[in-house]
Unconditional design. Structure first.
Length: 390
């Protein structure tokens, strides 16, 4: 049989996360690749899910999501960001941020439309844009003299054409750990308004910022709420990446459009997870604050270990990933190094270049996750010292 996969999805293959997690399993390596914590979310939230299953919350919830979770999301947005969203019509519960991104792009972009994203970008962006028949236009983030990845506003402006429909903004940013500043968000906001673009904001790491840096949602900037689809996920906030529960907040016409697509992708989201996440948003934000403080210590711990092993280390101000430059170790190609890392050091990491349209710009970067127990980070760091010894 000839290749059964539709043309627009060819070249996507298996995600780097699946490839690298399988490699870790096969070789018994420490997995600092795929970003998932090795400890569970808050107890009371886990118990709420079990209780929900035991008390009959097991049939289809309504398409937009259970009112209890939509209400909890609305209260959280208001308390945390001063943003008002109507739980009936301006909030949609999704199967993680992944479905939220896919449904937004599929709902809002015509074939041939252009969508701007900052590279390196989270892998599902390119796939969702390809599924829509739209075109991704990448604007490159580069480290400044302090090692913080940022963009050139002139490059962003130059990327906008009459076909540009939307811009996908991920802050805190995976995989670079950049948290966009108010000034950077201001540049993006001004261009969105000038060119009439929709902003799709991936804010899954909204609570995971360090050194006193606060996440600023693009929708809080003047004139942006009305054109922004704001996406969150319980996976990273509450360390339940396997629950795949996320949400969209946006003006009603945008939510209606996204829901029109979402209802035929998955119709709805598992009820027990929704009730448990509503509980988490209402009662476990203290736990999230502790998670963030704990992660800051883990970031420093892994950065130290990586520096001692000879990597160039670029300090992240958010997310649970740290970027490294492998050139000081005498390596040039992150994909080649990460495929051999299990054999060289018994550790798995992610080659950042796969998140670029211009892979040569990220060839020397490798990403490590630090959402792991201290002893796991220490053991990985000890093993990575073998690299400079060999
Ligand atoms: N966006 C980014 C930037 C991510 O890192 C991830 C992975 N958590 C997702 C989206 C997907 O989130 P979810 O697991 O909720 O689908
Ligand atoms: N968001 C996770 C990461 O960046 C991976 C999610 C996935 O496996 N698709 O590591």
């Amino acid at each position: 049989m000839s290749e059964p996969l539709v043309t627009r999805m060819r070249g996507f293959g298996t995600t780097i996360f699946a490839e690298m997690s399988a490699l870790a399993l096969r070789t018994g390596s420490i997995n600092l690749g795929q970003g998932f914590p090795d400890t569970d979310g808050p107890d009371s939230m886990l118990r709420r899910a079990v209780e929900a299953i035991g008390s009959g919350a097991n049939q289809y919830p309504p398409g937009p999501g259970l009112p209890e979770l939509r209400q909890a999301v609305a209260e959280h947005r208001l308390r945390h960001y001063g943003l008002e969203y109507d739980p009936d019509g301006e909030i949609l519960i999704t199967v993680g941020a992944t479905e939220a991104i896919a449904a937004s792009v599929l709902a809002l972009c015509e074939p041939g439309d252009e969508v701007i994203a900052f590279e390196p970008y989270y892998d599902s962006y390119a796939a969702s844009i390809a599924l829509a028949g739209a075109r991704l236009v990448a604007v490159t983030l580069r480290p400044d003299e302090t090692g913080r990845f940022t963009f050139d506003p002139a490059e962003l402006r130059a990327a906008i054409t009459p076909r540009t429909r939307a811009i996908l903004v991920n802050s805190p940013h995976n995989p670079t750990g950049t948290v966009l500043t108010r000034a950077e968000l201001g540049e993006i906001a001004a261009l969105c308004q000038e060119a009439g673009l929709i902003a799709i904001t991936d804010e899954v790491y909204e609570h995971l910022t360090f050194d006193g840096v606060e996440h600023v949602p693009l929708a809080t900037l003047p004139g942006m709420r009305e054109r922004t689809v704001m996406i969150s996920s319980a996976g990273k906030t509450f360390s339940v990446t396997g629950w795949k529960t996320g949400w969209i907040c946006a003006p009603a016409p945008l939510v209606r459009a996204v829901q029109t697509v979402k209802q035929f992708l998955t119709f709805t989201v598992g009820g027990p997870w929704q009730l448990a996440v509503a509980h988490g948003l209402r009662h476990e934000l203290g736990w999230v604050a502790e998670l963030r403080a704990g992660l800051e210590g883990k970031r420093d711990r892994l950065m130290e270990g990586l520096a001692a092993a000879g990597f160039g280390v670029l300090k992240p101000l958010g997310t649970y990933f740290v970027q490294t430059d492998i050139r000081p170790l005498g390596h040039a190609d992150g994909l080649d190094l990460t495929r051999r890392l299990p054999e060289l050091a018994g550790v798995v990491a992610i080659p950042t270049q796969v998140f670029y349209d211009h892979p040569e710009r990220g060839r020397h970067f490798v990403r490590f996750a630090f959402c792991k127990k201290d002893e796991v980070i220490d053991e990985a760091a000890a093993r990575l010292k073998r690299l400079s010894a060999s």
